[in-house]
Write a protein that binds this ligand. Sequence first.
Ligand SMILES: [Zn+2]
Length: 448
Amino acid sequence: MNVILRMLVDGDTGSTSDWDDRWNHIKKFLERSGPFMHPDFEPSTESLQFMLETCKILVIGAGGLGCELLKNLALSGFRNIHVVDMDTIDVSNLNRQFLFRAKDVGRPKADVAADFINSRVPGCCVIPYFKKIQDLDETFYRQFHIIVCGLDSIVARRWMNGMLLSLLVYEDGVLDPSSIIPLIDGGTEGFKGNARVIFPGMTACIDCTLELYPPQINFPMCTIASMPRLPEHCIEYVRILLWPKEMPFGDDVSLDGDDPEHIQWVYQKSLERAAEFSITGVTYRLTQGVVKRIIPAVASTNAAIAAACATEVFKIASSAYLPLNNYMVFNDVDGLYTYTFEAERKENCSACSQVPSDLHFSPSSKLQEVLDYLTESTSVQMKSPAITTTMDGKNKTLYLQSVASIEQRTRPNLAKTLKELGLADGQELAVADVTTPQTVLFKLCFTS
Ligand SMILES: [Zn+2]
């Protein structure tokens, strides 16, 4: 009987709703051997049973990647899926976030995505959380077998990475493998994307490879000022150099990306600049995109990356195939390009190495310099670090930005030298930041 017809006849009767041949496409991978199979894997019916009945997956993000992931996982036989997303649906999401319709605009993405999958895929149970990942705790995260991230924020990714690292259990310095929850991370930016597999505490974590995320993509000033080659260079010229010089809307009016008159002005001036250098391609849309730093989301990139991530979830959950080792790069700007490399663990990674990283400063360096290092160093890249230490058995806050009254009280410390603050060589500094749920330990090493 035709599968669709059989589904209509049987209706949704929970986990017993499986019709004949329903999982044939999955069984081909799990119930017979093949050349790419994991060397230790014995084909059997158990893997599929585990996926259908026991395996619990957490999807972080119900946006462009999240919709694809939920659909892929549900159709691959995963039935215990939880999804976290803090956003509501915007009309501009509808072209690619295909679980949402015009009537859903304004509703939480997690709720709508879960309802859609649950009504469309018989037996699948998606549980939504309309929350920030930071509002859920260790007990929540510990219940999952695998976590897959489809996020657009590096800070959120790092926080998730930090949370999974905090769940690791070490006994006499030896990692207990049962405390590891694999993290599959997908990311896309326009026509570029990546998928990676992280076994926290064993393979490179997000923070081990922080250098891969440059703080901000900027064009060199000399290019913008004198050698523009791209339409973006012309727009940046107007935004950075011409606007402050000409102040077209008055002396203290700064450029507002949401003000159409401002964008129109930048657009016209960029066209003039482009004409001067025979550059084509400046449009109103691109102008707004550059000014507001918008990178357009591309549905096909999301589909490819989510497919790669869902495949990794399947490989790990079934243990039938060796997972990706461990970082796949994808680029479809011009044709299609993809390659895989093994990102390596960083020995002194501040997130996963278990050893405090050294901070090399002279005793006459100011606390401000330490703060600048924590935010600007490519390997640390914190956002608003709070620095504390222990002195004479007491906790002392050296600087904390997020609470106004404490910021005011501790601000004078920034101008003091490390020596004046009473810090000693080898002293440990505990640093808290939004990029991680745990405090990160650093060890002060005085240079002479
Ligand atoms: Zn690491």
